[in-house]
Write a protein that binds this ligand. Structure first.
Ligand code: ADP
Ligand code: NA
Length: 332
């Protein structure tokens, strides 16, 4: 009896890259055409779990908003806003800090990966991040979250928090949110090292495609992408043990809405001298219009701010009553 509703977010912690597009935004756009209500957030409160320069943060928030919009998120059909504009996120996160157990947080593998050997030097916010993520989701009684493999543990924690809350207060208030994995979760690897995820914060600009890159830059980066010396295999099994080749085939497949098997069938035995230019052309065809539209939107920051502010109002109309009811249930 919960409205089918999707919540997801992207951090404004650096420029958007191809992984954000193929692994997240492209799917978010498609979900607008389903029966789900769709709520998409620029999660600035998550970004500040590590240092963000206050002079840069508003620009990065607008860049993520522009990325959503340019890729096809319709601010009428979806609710699009930034997290800090809806203070209910931070309030519910505190309430959930008091529901979640320290032992649960200690089991979060992503914190261990991000903190490395320096756990003691990290912000308390980075450690408590999954409770804020649970608040983001449950503040809207979201029933589904599109997530990559790396976030599945956080969705399980969200369910644990909802279940403990419902149990402790003897209510049936929060839904059991499900992860949606539509098709194989796309993981875009970087163009210099096919075994590392493409990310906003990699050291070299040549290793990632930024959503703001223009046509020439996109083409140049694909032409210079690192590969092995073998031609493409005759079948997809031949990609085994060839991470750079697999990554370029996967990117081609995702951009063209083909399966990797179909891409191999079409380009079986092709050398890189033929495949890389084909990939560059395809990427320019699909991505350059988006980067062009992003630049156009970013020319008018005030308009982006107005769009986000309207989204925040719509978000609060759902969030405020749910937070109010939560505090009442807790006796606050
Ligand atoms: P980043 O990982 O770049 O810091 P976020 O953590 O804000 O960005 O991720 C936003 C969304 O983009 C998440 O759904 C994440 O799974 C997806 N994403 C980020 N990088 C990749 C990638 N290389 N491949 C696939 N999806 C990615
Ligand atoms: Na919809």
């Amino acid at each position: 009896d919960f409205t089918p509703r999707i919540f997801s977010g992207i951090k404004p912690s650096g420029g958007l890259q191809l992984g954000n597009y193929l692994g997240a935004i492209k799917r978010f756009v498609q979900m607008q055409d389903t029966d789900f209500e769709t709520i998409y957030c620029v999660v600035d409160l998550h970004a500040i779990t590590v240092w963000q320069d206050p002079a840069e943060l508003p620009g990065m928030t607008r860049e993520v908003a522009a990325g959503y919009l340019a890729a096809g998120i319709d601010p009428e059909r979806s609710i699009l806003f930034n997290q800090a504009a809806v203070h209910e996120h931070a309030e519910l996160a505190w309430l959930f800090n008091c529901v979640a157990r320290v032992g649960w947080m200690n089991r979060m593998t992503q914190f261990k990966e991000k903190a490395g050997k320096n756990a003691e030097k990290q912000s308390l916010g980075l450690y408590a991040y999954p409770a804020l993520m649970a608040a983001d989701i449950l503040l809207y009684h979201a029933t589904h979250v599109p997530v990559g493999e790396d976030q599945k543990q956080h969705v399980e924690l969200t369910r644990d928090i909802a279940a403990k809350f419902n149990h402790d207060y003897k209510v049936d208030f929060f839904p059991e949110t499900q992860p949606v994995i539509e098709g194989p979760a796309m993981r875009v690897m970087n163009l210099r090292d096919g075994t590392k995820k493409m990310s906003k914060s990699g050291e070299s600009d040549m290793e990632r495609i930024n959503m703001l890159d223009d046509a020439d830059t996109i083409a140049k980066k694909f032409r210079k992408a690192r590969t092995d010396a073998e031609p493409l295999p005759e079948t997809a099994e031949g990609l085994e043990g060839r991470p750079e080749a697999r990554n370029l085939v996967d990117i081609y497949a995702a951009l063209s809405d083909m399966t990797p098997e179909a891409v191999i069938a079409e380009h079986a035995g092709a050398g890189w001298g033929a495949f890389k230019p084909a990939l560059a052309d395809l990427a320019v065809e699909k991505l350059a219009p988006i980067s062009g539209e992003m630049r156009r939107l970013l020319d008018d920051p005030a308009e982006i701010d107005r769009t986000l502010a309207r989204g925040a109002e719509r978000a609060r109309a759902i969030a405020a009553p749910i937070l109010k009811r939560t505090t009442e249930i807790m006796g606050l």
